[in-house]
Design a protein around this ligand. Sequence first.
Ligand SMILES: Nc1ncnc2c1ncn2[C@@H]1O[C@H](COP(=O)(O)OP(=O)(O)OP(=O)(O)O)[C@@H](O)[C@H]1O
Length: 292
Amino acid sequence: MYQLEVRNLTKRYARHTAVDAISFGIPAGQCFGLLGPNGAGKTTTIEMIEGITQPCAGDILYKGKPRDRQFKNEVGIQFQSTALMDYLSVGEVLRLFAGLYKRRADLTPLIELCHLGDFVDRDAAKLSGGQRQRLLLALALINDPEIIFLDEPTTGLDPQSRRNFWRLIDDIKAQGKTVILTTHYMDEAQFLCDQLVIMDKGKIIAEGSPEALLKHHFEQVFVCLEAGALDDVQAEQFQADRSRDQWQIASASVETTLQTLMTHQIPLTSLQIRTPTLDDLFLKLTGSQLRD
Ligand SMILES: Nc1ncnc2c1ncn2[C@@H]1O[C@H](COP(=O)(O)OP(=O)(O)OP(=O)(O)O)[C@@H](O)[C@H]1O
C-alpha cells in the first residue's frame, strides 16, 4: 500500500486546467519529486495534497484512506516564510511553533540536524538565505512528521547552500521520513529523488526513478565538440545538434563516432563525452528546455 496516493487529481481555474487528472503513488520513506517547468502544475498539485487548495475532482488517500486529522498531525510543510520571523530570534520561533503542537520533535536534536546551533540567539530576520531555509525546514519538522512537503526549497540559494540543503534532506530521509518536493532543477531531482513524476502543462509526461527514466529513454551518450569544430555541412552529415555553444552528437558507440570524426579530420581538442540528464529527457519529450 502507498503511504500517499492521488487518483485523477484535477484542478481547473476558469477555462485553464492547471492539473489534468493525474495519478501517482508514493511509498513510505522515499524522496518523491514533482519536476517540471514554470506553470507545469507542481505547486497546485502539492497544495491540493497538503489540503491548502481544494481539488475540482479526484481522490487523495493517506495510508489507504481519505485524509483526516491523522494526516494533519503527521505531515510537515515547509513554507516560504513566516511573518513571525521578522520579530523573534531563531530559538524563540522554534519554541513558539513547538508550542502549537501536541506531537513535537525534541528541539535540541532538531536544531543540530538543521545546523542552527550557532544561530539560536540570532534575530531570525538577520539570517542568510541558506540559514533561513534551514529554519523553515526545522519548523516543518517541528511536529516530528512522517511526511514533509518542500516546494522549490532551493530556489534562490547559492550553489554551496543548495548542496548543503541536499545533504540535509538526505539526513531527513535517513530518519525514515517521506520527502515530497517540487523542483525545476534537474540536478536536484537527480541527486535527491528515488521516484519522479515529470509534469508539463498539468499532465504527467514521464515517471520512474531518475536512473530508470534515463535508461529507458536513452541508449546513447553525447559526444560534444565546440561550435567551430564542425561546419554546417559536417554537422548535418554527423546529425549533430547545436546546444548552447556546442555541437552535440548522440552516439550509441563512442568508438565508432570518434573513428568517423577522425577519418574526416575533425579537430577533437574540445571533445567532451556527456551522459544524458533529465534536462535532455525533458527536451526529448517536449521539444523544449526544462528551464527557459
Ligand atoms: N489561483 C490561480 N488562478 C488562476 N490560475 C492559476 C492559479 N494558480 C495557478 N494557476 C495557473 O495554473 C498553472 C499551474 O501553476 P503552478 O503554480 O501549479 O505551476 P508550477 O509548476 O508550480 O510552476 P512554478 O515552478 O512557476 O511554481 C499555471 O498556468 C498558473 O498560472
